[in-house]
Design a protein around this ligand. Structure first.
Ligand code: SF4
Length: 346
């Protein structure tokens, strides 16, 4: 166990990494020893490229099909106007009762805490989101909605990436939420410590430890190669601080759409103290059809990983359908019963 006070980096390190992110296709190609004119890359994308160096350092040099590179390199396929792929397939615009807040499910609300991310994932479901309509100052006016509804027990920080907020602003937001007596839980959905593990610094841990709210971080890892030594150190510090750690992945063609990759991811997550939680079918977002995995393929893959992993390492296969009261669990084939004996260790 690594004590949080022995994190090997300074708080300002993550901001340096953030501002030094690579934003040009040519630069990323050069760093990885690749030609910048690989035929399916797009040097002039409408959704800009952004990739921090700690994430690039985990990519395989010289491999244009690297699963991490595929998640961040703009592709010409993003220009395809595929039927059924839309700017707002989840109809999120209709779930905002007040700017800065979405209310989709009973008992919890989602706060649009930030409008940027450390990385621009090419499959992003909010690439066309109207962040400008959801801007707020540090009085966090959207929390009035939470104060007025005593059925809300959980506030989810999302974005953009909520951990891109400076610690001072994050601290104010968490303090404002915990001042609402009926809110019990805080959930933070983030990919920032995945791409810049140095984001897990002492000031952040202090904010999360000093709140009365029960805090969960849902990380967004999609591939086992995203987990290296620094990531392990960062998540060990969070675990030691008593934060519940879960992961949600997106099932992405060319990244993790095979059973070996998914099993390796679950194993690697558990090794660093994170439980696999959700495996999402990708949302049908405009410009992302090349990442799409159909339901039959997803179901087959999920059945296969169930046969290879203990149950607690198998994420729930889900998709989001607008208007439903919860994410839809996708039923997978029943596994064949090969013994009636109950093994207490499975
Ligand atoms: S971190 Fe999440 S919100 Fe940000 S670009 Fe990636 S998928 Fe989109």
């Amino acid at each position: 166990m690594i004590p949080s006070n022995s994190l090997p980096w300074q708080a300002k390190t993550w901001q340096t990494q953030l501002s030094g992110a690579v934003t040009q296709v040519q630069d990323l190609a050069q760093i990885l020893g690749l030609s910048d004119n690989v035929e399916d890359w797009d040097a002039d994308p409408t959704f800009p490229m952004r990739v921090p160096m700690p994430y690039i350092s985990r990519m395989n040099h010289g491999d244009p099909r690297d699963p991490l590179l595929r998640q961040v390199m703009p592709q010409l396929a993003e220009r395809i106007d595929a039927v059924g792929f839309e700017s707002d397939p989840l109809l999120e615009a209709s779930t905002a009762p007040i700017p800065g807040l979405l209310h989709k499910y009973q008992g919890r609300v989602l706060v649009i805490a930030a409008e940027h991310c450390a990385v621009n994932c090419r499959y992003c479901f909010r690439r066309d989101f109207s962040y400008a309509k959801h801007r707020h100052d540090t009085t966090f006016p959207m929390l009035d909605y939470v104060r007025d509804d005593a059925s809300i027990r959980e506030v989810i920080l999302s974005g953009g990436d909520p951990l891109i907020m400076p610690d001072e602003r994050l601290n104010k937001l968490v303090a404002s939420i915990e001042a609402i007596p009926h809110v019990k839980r805080l959930r933070i959905h983030t990919r920032l410590p995945v791409v810049i593990p140095q984001r897990v610094c002492r000031p952040l841990i202090e904010i999360l430890v000093n709140t009365r709210l029960s805090t969960t971080i849902v990380a967004h890892f999609n591939h086992a190669n995203e987990i290296d030594k620094d990531v392990a150190i960062a998540f060990a510090a969070l675990r030691q601080a008593g934060i519940t750690l879960l992961n949600q992945s997106v099932l992405l063609a060319g990244v993790n759409d095979d059973d070996v990759a998914l099993c390796d991811l679950s194993e690697a997550l558990f090794e660093v103290g994170i439980l696999p939680y959700y495996l999402h079918l990708p949302d049908r977002v405009r410009g992302t059809s090349h990442f799409h995995v159909d339901t039959d393929t997803a179901t087959r893959l999920h059945t296969t990983i169930q046969s290879k992993l203990p149950g607690y390492l198998v994420p729930k296969l889900v998709r989001e359908i607008p208007g439903r009261p919860a994410k839809e669990l996708i039923a997978t084939d029943s596994l064949p019963v090969i013994s009636t004996r109950i093994d207490p260790f499975t």
